[in-house]
Ligand binder design. Structure first.
Ligand SMILES: Cc1cc2nc3c(=O)[nH]c(=O)nc-3n(C[C@H](O)[C@H](O)[C@H](O)COP(=O)(O)O)c2cc1C
Length: 317
């Protein structure tokens, strides 16, 4: 598969990122994806710097290939996480960022030879990011699992590609080689997949959560947090239904109090990952879940997706 100069500069064999999923994407999963020739990304989430530092160490012990770290800019530990990354800078190729503008950390990360790639959900944000000097953006559509924006991947990616000059990576609803091929057609230089890697053999999520993804149908996700302004795509389960019910009831009031939902929502992804409890755990996953039917190793996933895309693109690329 032919890679763009940017993807080649990252030292990748395949233009495929594994999304840095909070509580899910540890050093082991990231290393497995990187060993397969994609870009494994450790999810920093809300974890303290020391935890992220140790996951980076784990990845270093398992792979010689480039990998990345996702920094959640709203995390209370964001400064420590960036320090943990800088302390091990020689081994980290990429920092992706979610929930905000990474410009505060941009200079130090880039001076350390780390490419900074924020996730964006709109053309406006993509332009702001380009102006601030980031190396590329991940344009993520609302089909994706976890926190989402408003636009679909199909509409967002080409509009971002047209609006900026830096490389664009497509994310959201991409689960196989057809999705990767389609992303190239939309002008992206690669893709980021999250949901498909949830069920990788190396993914540490509870078997109950994993089975829920494998059994899901196309219409089995819903969006919580929309009324409160932080929408998140999860699989339907008792926890998600309860959350939505309370949220709708609050939204109907003259003075809604969404703070009451915090208790229910806080730590809910972690609970899903660690215990799989459907009554308290948020099974974050994307609309592509309905297409994912088996657990495979990260290597099998990366190779299958890229081989299919390469076959489909034969003569086009
Ligand atoms: C369980 C889960 C947790 C996620 N956590 C994060 C995160 O902490 N930071 C982030 O930037 N993106 C996060 N994402 C988004 C992924 O990195 C990726 O962009 C997205 O899953 C792509 O869409 P897909 O799920 O359709 O493959 C998460 C996604 C999932 C499914």
């Amino acid at each position: 598969m032919q890679l763009s100069p940017f993807m080649r500069s990252l030292g990748l064999k395949y233009p495929l990122f594994q999304g840095g999923m909070a509580w899910v994407a540890d050093g082991k999963l990231a290393a497995a994806v990187s060993n397969a020739g994609g870009l494994g990304i450790i999810g920093g989430g809300n974890a303290p710097g020391e935890v992220v530092y140790n996951e980076i160490k784990t990845a270093i012990s398992l792979t010689d290939r480039p990998f990345g770290v996702n920094v959640m800019l709203l995390s209370p530990h964001v400064d420590e996480v960036v320090e943990a990354i800088l302390q091990q800078k020689d081994n980290i190729a990429v920092v992706t960022t979610g929930a905000g503008n990474p410009s505060r950390y941009l200079k130090r990360l880039q001076e350390a030879n780390i490419k900074v790639i924020p996730v964006v959900g709109s053309v406006g944000l993509a332009k702001i990011m380009e102006r601030s000097g980031v190396d590329a953006v991940i344009a993520e559509g609302m089909e994706s699992g976890g926190h989402i924006g408003k636009l679909t991947t199909m509409t967002l990616v080409p509009q971002v590609v047209d609006a900026i000059k830096i490389p664009v990576i497509a994310a959201g609803g991409i689960g196989d080689g057809r999705g990767l091929a389609a992303a190239f057609m939309l002008g992206a230089q690669g893709v980021q997949m999250g949901t498909r890697f949830l069920v990788a053999r190396e993914s540490k999520i509870s078997p109950i959560y994993k089975q829920a993804v494998l059994k899901a149908k196309d219409i089995d996700t819903l969006v919580t947090g929309d009324f409160a302004g932080h929408p998140s795509r999860v699989l339907k389960n008792p926890m998600a239904r309860k959350y939505l019910q309370i949220e709708k009831a609050e939204a109907a009031k003259d003075h809604p109090d969404f703070n009451s939902l915090d208790e229910l929502g806080n730590g809910s992804l972690r609970r899903a990952v660690e215990t799989g409890d459907p009554n308290t755990g948020a099974y974050m996953a994307g609309e592509i879940s309905g297409m994912i039917k088996k657990e495979q190793t990260a290597k099998e996933i990366v190779e299958e997706v890229c081989q299919t895309a390469s076959d489909l693109l034969g003569g086009v690329q």
